[in-house]
Ligand binder design. Structure first.
Ligand SMILES: [Zn+2]
Length: 217
């Protein structure tokens, strides 16, 4: 796997796809043929870009629980999983996956942006700090599903477009403040506006952190 040159300079990459978080080790599930998150970590370790002892932080803010990622990392305690999701929707049956999450943030159906962002701010910084206490974090994977958007047919949550942008910038900012190399994946999004939500975030990330940007914060 060869990273584009800019990724090394900024410590931030965005894949305009990916985030296939439902695929399990032995089969695809939930619109996901293979699990790119597990593949990414495995390849980086095999190539020595991630040290064997390096920790990986996985922040899943797609509306659905990232069960496939949990199954892949079931016995890998170098992976630390934060997952905020609507527990009433797919894959609600997968209790084993939910038990693997290190920090679970259940979101009520119809959760507003204000409530969502408050829960995020209350839990994510402490989670990230706790992971860093006992070891180096070599990589963060941010699964930025836009199915949290109020008009999404599957997510069951109530965020506005502005809320989604705030969520993304806050999450990436928290990771960068801690100096963690981050890759953002788009994961699920089923409304007609999903592409606009993604574009809003990517444009702002480029402005803030892209090559030539003043801020590295
Ligand atoms: Zn989803």
């Amino acid at each position: 796997m060869t990273l584009p040159p800019g990724c090394h300079a900024t410590g931030l990459a965005v894949n305009l796809s990916g985030g296939y978080h439902h695929a399990k080790p032995d089969r695809g599930k939930g619109f996901c043929v293979f699990n790119d998150v597990a593949y990414l970590v495995q390849v980086l370790r095999a190539e020595g870009r991630l040290a064997a002892e390096d920790r990986v932080v996985y922040v899943d803010l797609d509306a659905h629980q990232g069960n496939g990622v949990c199954h892949h990392f079931r016995d890998d305690r170098r992976a630390f999983i934060y997952d905020a999701f609507n527990p009433g929707i797919y894959p609600a049956y997968d209790r084993a996956a939910r038990e693997r999450v290190d920090c679970t943030v259940p979101l009520p159906t119809g959760c507003t942006g204000a409530d969502y962002l408050r829960l995020l701010e209350l839990s994510l910084p402490g989670f990230l700090d706790s992971v860093r206490l006992a070891g180096r974090v070599g990589l963060a994977v941010y699964n930025a599903g836009t199915d949290v958007y109020a008009a999404d047919a599957l997510g069951g949550l109530g965020l506005s477009a502005a809320d989604v942008l705030t969520r993304d910038l806050y999450t990436v900012g928290q990771l960068r403040t801690r100096g963690v190399s981050t890759v953002m994946l788009l994961s699920g999004g089923y409304s007609r506006e999903s592409y606009r939500l993604v574009a809003n975030t990517v444009v702002e990330l480029l402005r803030r952190y892209g090559a030539g940007a003043d801020s590295r914060g």
